[in-house]
Design a protein around this ligand. Structure first.
Ligand SMILES: [Zn+2]
Length: 647
């Protein structure tokens, strides 16, 4: 997009900051609204069945006619073990045992009973529907439904599609499903893929990746047992008792790309408000588990932290309301984002100064910005929301919840113990260095995310991106990176950016071509590893002759400083371009050298081996290495425990 058009969008956006948050309606529109859904659905909690019907109003935004329609039927990933999702999940170690523990009633499915086109012409398409598998040709996969059209829908034309279906709610898969009388319902209705100029972008459901869809208006009527609170995307506009022990809750929201909801008779409801001198107010609604009643303010406080810092750094949250869901114990629904709603996740006995529930709350609230407002393709470029959000989460946490400490849980996870001598650090813990280090070579970020090796993709998507962004912050300065990220946000809100869009904005914002950096961190799986190979400092007549050899052990290249410290306190700082495999620095000085450090300010957070970054002439080397490796173990343990569940 050209600069002039971007300027116009910024002007439009600034006029809608005062949107009231109470109706879900936004005028003028923020997004193209080319995929809007009116849905009516009834949940029978006893049989765990959803009966639904929907009307989709879809406009062809591309330059090509659409000869067919493609829909996601995500819940068919959980029909049996032959779906692509389950086959991929089986590449992990525990899937088979978990599958075997499920009764027939604990699997999921969605069955479309009718598909009709009602505009621009009328046609019953039910008989022509069939499943396709564009990603892997798996004939057993039923997560993409294709419906051919007798004549194509021309560019600019709006089509209206009516679909009826029934679905069975599984015991939770992928944060969706039921446990007891707790229901979390997501990715649950037949949903159009995204038509692009190249054709439909409608991937099968994969074990390692998430979602992609166009923006629109959601107008959804949910019928559940009377007395069961409902939380959902958007704002409740109506609630009426049907007189048969069911109540219908109607929710509405403009300018979002998905709709999720939850119901359970156990929920407690709390409300609070976010206010800020320059950002629009946000009404916060929390549905939480009774055993966590004393943690309500911590959820609100972490959500405020997100709305404040992400709002100040990137751009305002425009919807005026947000719903926080604290899911049931062992529901498996925690830590997931949906438009204007997210699931957090806490535990009974959550000590202060430990970032549970704050870490997960900030991360999932943060997805309102990276995923909700800026809508990248999570099947293909998951790093664009998860990586930017992981970086932002750590940055926001560091503003408010510093210091925070390592906590481990004992006695089956019930009793937490806080290690006050292990302070968690933004750069290493928050950016999840240990996980990246373990999986650094597993994939390059150019690989479509759904093709990452399932159990290691997260390290590349989340950790590596956050580490290279934090490296950019330490290298270019926060004002420059903040300008880059806020410009990316302004250009691409309510749209679908591709990686090159971020890279172009980054080079513009930095005032220099950063292509060489993205070639390494995005287009390659090479690792960075700089180290001090040798330090000598020997008497030569009335002086000391000092030699320092620094080495590039990894394939990736980045400029690094080299700091040589002498016993009399003198320091020499060299700026090495890092290109050659090694470099010699030599000094003749009156003082003997004490130590040499490569990258002493830890700019390059992607360096996979820190133990070789410094050498000292005093006999402290082995002690330092032991200290480092102990810290690595703690970091690794923490990453596994604290972060593994975040999406
Ligand atoms: Zn996430």
């Amino acid at each position: 997009m050209k600069g002039a058009a971007w300027f116009a969008i910024v002007l439009v956006a600034s006029t809608v900051q005062a949107q009231p948050g109470t109706t879900g309606a936004i005028d003028p529109p923020l997004s193209p609204r080319n995929a809007s859904y009116s849905i009516a659905a009834t949940l029978d909690p006893v049989s765990r069945t959803i009966t639904g019907s929907e009307t989709i109003r879809w406009r062809n935004l591309t330059t090509a006619p659409a000869a067919e329609l493609q829909f996601h039927l995500y819940w068919n990933a959980w029909r049996n073990t032959q779906s692509t999702f389950m086959r991929e999940r089986a590449l992990g170690s525990t899937a088979a045992a978990e599958n075997a523990s499920r009764s027939a009633n604990e699997w999921g499915r969605i069955d479309v009973s009718s598909v009709k086109l009602t505009a621009p012409w009328q046609a019953d398409l039910t008989a022509s529907q069939r499943f396709i598998a564009p990603d892997d040709d798996n004939q057993r996969d039923q997560t993409v439904l294709m419906v051919p059209l007798a004549q194509p829908i021309a560019p600019g034309t709006t089509a209206t599609i009516e679909i009826a279906w029934t679905a069975h709610v599984p015991r939770t898969f992928a944060r969706t499903g039921a446990i007891g009388n707790f229901f979390f319902i997501a990715q649950w209705f037949p949903k159009l893929g995204v038509l692009q100029d190249e054709g439909w972008n409608c991937h099968q459901f994969h074990a390692g990746t998430e979602f992609f869809s166009d923006y629109g208006t959601y107008d959804v009527a949910l019928t559940v047992p009377t007395g069961w609170p409902v939380g959902a995307t958007g704002v409740q506009r109506d609630r009426h008792d049907n007189g048969n022990n069911t109540t219908t809750h109607s929710y509405y929201q403009d300018d979002v790309h998905d709709f999720a909801w939850t119901t359970s008779p156990e929920y407690l409801e709390r409300t609070a408000r976010f206010e800020h001198p320059t950002l629009p107010p946000v009404e916060m609604r929390l549905l939480l588990q009774p055993e966590h009643a004393d943690q309500a303010e911590r959820h609100f406080d972490a959500t405020r932290t997100t709305l404040k810092y992400y709002g100040e750094w990137y751009g305002a949250y425009p919807y005026g309301h947000i719903t926080i869901i604290d899911p049931a114990y062992q529901s498996g629904a925690g830590g997931m984002e949906y438009p204007t709603l997210f699931t957090a996740g806490t535990r009974w006995l959550a000590p202060s100064r430990v970032t549970t529930p704050e870490g997960v709350t900030v991360h999932e609230a943060g997805h309102q910005f990276w995923y909700g407002i800026v809508g990248n393709n999570e099947f293909e470029d998951a790093w664009m929301d998860e990586g930017l959000n992981t970086f932002s989460t750590a940055r926001a946490i560091a503003q408010v919840y510093d210091p925070n400490y390592l906590a481990l849980r004992y006695f089956g996870g019930f009793i937490p113990w806080v290690f006050k001598d292990v302070v968690l650090r933004r750069e290493t813990d928050g950016n999840r260095l240990a996980g990246y280090r373990r999986d650094a070579r597993s994939d390059a970020q150019t690989t479509p995310s759904y093709r990452y090796f399932p159990s290691t993709g997260g390290s590349i998507t989340y950790n590596k991106t956050a580490l290279w962004l934090n490296t950019m912050e330490r290298w270019l300065g926060w004002p420059t990176l903040q300008r880059i990220m806020s410009e990316h946000f302004a250009k691409w809100k309510y749209k679908h950016p591709k990686p090159r869009d971020f890279f172009d904005t980054a080079s513009d914002g930095a005032g220099a071509d950063l292509g060489w950096f993205f070639d390494q961190v995005y287009r390659s799986s090479n690792v960075f590893d700089y180290g001090v190979q040798d330090l000598k400092s020997v008497r030569d007549q009335d002086q000391f002759h000092t030699t320092v050899i620094v080495r590039r052990y990894g394939e990736a290249v980045f400029p690094v400083d080299v700091l040589v410290t002498f016993k009399n306190g003198e320091r020499a700082i060299e700026h090495w371009d890092g290109q050659e495999r090694w470099k010699l620095y030599a000094y003749d000085r009156g003082s003997q050298a004490l130590s040499a450090d490569v990258d002493p300010n830890r700019v390059l957070l992607l360096d996979v081996n820190l133990t070789n970054n410094s050498r000292t002439l005093a006999p402290q080397g082995p002690r330092a290495a032991t200290k480092w490796s102990a810290k690595w173990m703690v970091w690794l343990q923490d990453c596994l425990l604290s972060w593994a569940a975040l999406v």
